[in-house]
Each structure stands twice: as structure tokens, then as C-alpha cells.
Write a protein that binds this ligand. Structure first.
Ligand code: ADP
Length: 587
């Protein structure tokens, strides 16, 4: 039950030690200040009922007020600052989760099981809408309550033991039921997480304007909203069930509270009437008993919070245990150039699929070689480069770089070797410069970025932008943002690859969205763009194969033909057929 807390305490200690000290002090104070309110009034009343000495009355009153003022000032200070310190811990934790996600194997991001685990783990941060801040406070309050009890017990130990035991029993009955309720609520919460993930996907469909065209033109508004509603209704049923259960716990709590106060008042009134205790004692015992039951309830509440949280902790651990295979295992440094890349009898099947999409691929790429990969849709071309980029690892066979299995190489170092342009490149809502140079943007000279954009063909458009390379892409954060057309976006994506200047280039239909002139320019400059780089170039423009050293024609996941353009044109076969098919309209 305390595992989650142990983890959090260690984490907080690492990030912000002051929080722990502040909380300890805060707990001691919150225990001591109310004690003054219990004991001192008795002394005042006793004095009032007895000698009524002014100096004694003044003395007690001054002490009570001083403890209250100073105590509460300190409590406010510690409480307020704890909040700020905890925010720091919280931010650091969120950053750690984001880091974890960005290091996840690419394959996981497409795996719904992983995304569901992630949604559950997030409950650890945001549980009950307050998340681990509340639980940290609960943990410290358990500790603080020990002080409160010690004080109160010292006061009421003079009273009838049976009465005290009866009160404890009542609080326990309450806690027992509440604990069952919490356990159930946690289970429901975790069950609900995947549903909520789907709901937010559908909500995003409606809100995100990227989907706006399809939704309008295909008239799917009602259909999508229907799906949102369906999922929300499932969530609603969860909430209704939870509320019913929570209400039962509240009714029970109100009832035990009623019995508790009844016993306390009854017993104390009878004691005063029988002259067993004075009025001063009556007030002291009364407030001690009420404080006792409140403290007991808070203690139970805190323990239950912690326990409920333990359920989320298990989900978090499951998430943390998801292997980051790409970053684990051997991490050899990447070898020196020249590079020879080899696919050795590589087969690949997407996780959860029935058939191999690549079958026994063997191919060698020498340093500086340009390989054109052609073939019909679904032949496996993109999958081939995804394996080369280590987004996935082969199911069978291996890919080597100078003889070393790329799985054994340091992942970040290997990634640094590859520059790429994918069909589904993504631009960020940052400046053009940041979109090209990313983390290096700040130190990079604007001139260099402009040169690169000139090479990728964006120069003319860039001149029309008032803020040049500092123009924001999209209007997400800037109303004067630049909305690139498909072709312009592709030119920026190409500029990234040029900027990265990596020894291996992967170009997956990099000119698909370009106009004929822009495409012509890229092709004309192709040898310059890829000079000295090992390049894998996927294109449906068969003519582009002419300036590659070799062509691999993929068919149903296999390399059906391999050779130079001239060799393949000299034979009859798919390559010649596809080439002639496309060429006939150009004559
Ligand atoms: P190409 O680039 O030649 O058009 P791909 O390599 O993209 O072909 O796809 C090859 C096959 O693998 C296709 O049948 C496609 O449906 C399947 N495929 C691609 N991506 C995935 C994926 N993430 N999960 C499952 N199957 C996939």
C-alpha cells in the first residue's frame, strides 16, 4: 500500500528536498495549534468560574491569541510554499513521463495496448483530479496525525475508556466501508481510462480543423458526434455508479457522526450534572472528543487516499516497465565510414499481423551508392526503409552496418547517421528556421538556413514572407503564420534532411507533392543533394531511377528485380513494364 508513496517520497527528495522539510514542520504545527484551542479555553473558564484574576485571564488569552496568530501565519507560509515546491516536483514528473514516451519504441506508438497502459499510468499524476499532490499531503498528514493523537489522547485519557473505545469503533466502521468504496472506485477508474482515451480521440476529430474538410464534405458530422455521445454515455454510466456508491458512504458517515456526537454530549452532560466534572472540563473534553473524531476521520481519509493511489501506482509501474528495446541491450558505438549496409535475409511482419510484408530480403548498399526502390502500392517499399531507420526491428534475419547488427548499435548514434524525408513528414507550429534546424536553430545563422531552403526550392516563397526564416508555420500560435502548401511543406522537410547532412539519406517519395518545375529542379540537383551520401530513394516517378546506381523492384514483399536502369530495361519484366507504362503519356 505504501509503495506508491515510497516512490513519490524518493522522487521528491531528489527533486526538491525543501518540500519534505516544510511538510514535516507544517504537520507538527497543524497538530499543536488546535491543542492550544482545546486546553487553554478550559483554563480560562476555570479562572472565570473561580478567582477571576485579571492578570491570569489576560495571560491565558494572550497566549491563546499569540499561538493562533503566529501558528496560523507559519502554517499559511509553509502551506503556500509547499504548493509551489510541489508544483516543481509535479512538472519534473510530467517531463519525465514525456521523456519516457519519446524514448518508447516507435512500434509502441501504434499499439493500442500500450496507449491504454499509458492512459492508466496518467491516472497516477491526475488521480481524483488532484493527483499526487493530494496524495503527498495525505502521506504527511498521516504522520502529522500521530502528533494530534498524542496530544488529544493525553487530554482524554482521564475520561471513561469505554466511551473512547466506542468512538474509535464508530470511526473504524466508517473507514471500513469507505475503504471498500475506494477500492471499487479505483477499479472503475482504471477500467474507464481506455474509454476516455477513445472519447478524447473523437472529440479531437471534431475540434481539430485538420479533419474539418473530410467531416464536412463526407457529411460525417452526425456520425462522429454520435460516436462521441456513445462513448460519453459509457463514461456517464461509470460516474453514476460511482456517485451511488460514494453517496452510500456519505450517508453512513453522517449517521456515525450523529451517533458519535450523541454519545459525547450525552456522557459529558450527565457527568457535569452528576458533578463529576466542571464546566471547564466539559468544554475541554467536548472539543477534544470532536477533534479526536475529526482527526480520526482525516487519518482514515488519508490512509484511504494512499491506498487508492497504490492502485494507480501499479499502472504506472506497468508503464515504466514497458521495455524501450531500442535503447536497451548492447550499445556499441557506430563504426567509422565508409559504410556498408546489408539486409541479410530479412523478413518482417507488423505486430499482431498474420502475414510477412517483407520476405527474405537480402541486399547490400555500399557507401555513397544510390538505390532506387520501386514497386506497386503495398509492395513493402516504405516498410523496407522503416527497418533501415530502425523504427522496427526485423522479425527474421538482420541488418548490418559494416558487419555489426544495427540492433547492437547505440540507437541515438545510429539515428544520427540518417537524414530522411518521409511522405508523411510533419511540420511543427514553430518558425521555419526551427522546423529546419530544430534544437540547433538558436545557434544557427539565418543565412545558412536560407541557403538550404534555396537548395530545397523554397527560396521564392521565403522572399514573400515578411519575417523570412523567422515566420511561424501555421496559425496555431501566430495569426500571421505561414500555411505551407503540400509542396512547400515537402520542401521544408527536404531542407531538414539537407541541414542534417547525415551520411545516409532516406527519401520516401520526396517530390510527390511538388509541381513539375520544382520536381525538375530537385532531380537536376539530385546528385548534388545526395553527393557522397548513401541514398535510398523511393519514387513512383520511374524516370528518377535513371540517376540511381541500382534499382530494386519490390513485389509482394520481395525484391523481384535488381540491377541498373539499363540492365532492367534490357530485360522484359515488371520494371520495363512500369517504366513504359508511365513513359507512354510523356511522348
Ligand atoms: P509501399 O510503401 O510499397 O506502398 P508499405 O511498406 O507501406 O508499402 O506497406 C506494405 C504492407 O504493409 C501493406 O500491405 C500495408 O498495408 C502493410 N502495413 C504498412 N504499415 C503497417 C502497419 N503499421 N501495421 C500493419 N500493417 C502495415
Amino acid at each position: 500500500m505504501f509503495r506508491g508513496i515510497g516512490f513519490l517520497m524518493k522522487y521528491t527528495w531528489k527533486v526538491e528536498k525543501r518540500y519534505i522539510f516544510y511538510q514535516i514542520l507544517l504537520q507538527i504545527l497543524t497538530a499543536v495549534v488546535p491543542l492550544a484551542d482545546i486546553v487553554i479555553p478550559k483554563c480560562i473558564i476555570d479562572e472565570l468560574m473561580g478567582a477571576q484574576r485579571v492578570d491570569v485571564l489576560l495571560g491565558w488569552t494572550a497566549l491563546l491569541l499569540a499561538i493562533n496568530l503566529l501558528g496560523n501565519w507559519l502554517i499559511s507560509f509553509l502551506d503556500g510554499n509547499s504548493f509551489t515546491l510541489l508544483s516543481k516536483v509535479f512538472t519534473s514528473f510530467q517531463a519525465m513521463m514525456a521523456d519516457r514516451l519519446s524514448r518508447s519504441d516507435y512500434a509502441r506508438l501504434e499499439d493500442p495496448k500500450f496507449l491504454d497502459i499509458k492512459a492508466k499510468a496518467e491516472k497516477f499524476i491526475y488521480a481524483n483530479g488532484q493527483g499526487f499532490g493530494q496524495v503527498m499531503r495525505s502521506a504527511f498528514s498521516v504522520f502529522g496525525k500521530l502528533f494530534t493523537f498524542a496530544g488529544i489522547v493525553a487530554v482524554i485519557s482521564t475520561l471513561n475508556t469505554w466511551v473512547v473505545l466506542a468512538l474509535v469503533a464508530l470511526v473504524l466502521v466508517n473507514a471500513l466501508f469507505e475503504s471498500k468504496v475506494r477500492k471499487q472506485t479505483t477499479a472503475w477508474d482504471l477500467e474507464k481510462a481506455p474509454i476516455e482515451r477513445r472519447t478524447s480521440y473523437f472529440l479531437d476529430l471534431v475540434e481539430n480543423f485538420a479533419f474539418g474538410k473530410e467531416i464536412r464534405l463526407y457529411g460525417m458530422k452526425d456520425w462522429i458526434v454520435g460516436k462521441v455521445r456513445e462513448h460519453l454515455q459509457v463514461s456517464e454510466r461509470f460516474y453514476a455508479r460511482q456517485t451511488r456508491l460514494l453517496n452510500q458512504a456519505r450517508y453512513l458517515s453522517a449517521f456515525t457522526n450523529f451517533v458519535l456526537k450523541g454519545i459525547a454530549y450525552g456522557y459529558l452532560i450527565v457527568s457535569v450534572v452528576k458533578d463529576l466534572i466542571g464546566i471547564g472540563d466539559f468544554t475541554m473534553y467536548m472539543s477534544a472528543l470532536l477533534n479526536f473524531s475529526a482527526a480520526m476521520r482525516e487519518l482514515m481519509e488519508s490512509l484511504l487516499n494512499i491506498r487508492q493511489f497504490a492502485g494507480y501506482y501499479d499502472a504506472l509501474m506497468e508503464y515504466m516497465d514497458v521495455p524501450q528495446r531500442m535503447y536497451e541491450g548492447r550499445r556499441l558505438p557506430v563504426p567509422q565510414r565508409p559504410y556498408e549496409l546489408r539486409f541479410e535475409d530479412v523478413s518482417f511482419r507488423y505486430p499482431g499481423q498474420e502475414n510477412d510484408v517483407l520476405k527474405h530480403i537480402s541486399i547490400t548498399l555500399r557507401d555513397g551508392e544510390k538505390l532506387s526502390v520501386v514497386g506497386e502500392n503495398g509492395a513493402g517499399k516504405t516498410t523496407f526503409v522503416k527497418l533501415l531507420c530502425r523504427f522496427y526491428d526485423p522479425t527474421e534475419g538482420r541488418i548490418t552496418l559494416n558487419g555489426a547488427d544495427i540492433r547492437d548499435l547505440d540507437y541515438d548514434q545510429y539515428m544520427a547517421l540518417i537524414g530522411s524525408v518521409f511522405q508523411d513528414y510533419k511540420l511543427l507550429a514553430f518558425t521555419v528556421k526551427e522546423n529546419v534546424a530544430f534544437q540547433h536553430a538558436e545557434q544557427e545563422e539565418d543565412g545558412r538556413i536560407r541557403d538550404i531552403l534555396m537548395r530545397s526550392g523554397l527560396a521564392h516563397r521565403l522572399e514573400t514572407l515578411p519575417r523570412g526564416v523567422h515566420s511561424h508555420i501555421y496559425r496555431t500560435f501566430d495569426e500571421d503564420g505561414f500555411e505551407p502548401s503540400g509542396g512547400e511543406g515537402q520542401k521544408i522537410a527536404l531542407a531538414r534532411a539537407i541541414y542534417k547532412n547525415a551520411p545516409i539519406m532516406v527519401l520516401d517519395e520526396p517530390t510527390a507533392a511538388l509541381d513539375p518545375r520544382a520536381e525538375y529542379e530537385i532531380y537536376r540537383n539530385f546528385s548534388q543533394l545526395t553527393e557522397g551520401k548513401t541514398t535510398v530513394f523511393i519514387s513512383h516517378r520511374m524516370s528518377s531511377s535513371k540517376f540511381c546506381d541500382h534499382i530494386a523492384l519490390f513485389k509482394n514483399g520481395e525484391i523481384a528485380q535488381y540491377g541498373t536502369h539499363e540492365e532492367l530495361m534490357a530485360r522484359s519484366g515488371d520494371y520495363k513494364e512500369l517504366f513504359d507504362m508511365q513513359a507512354q503519356f510523356y511522348r
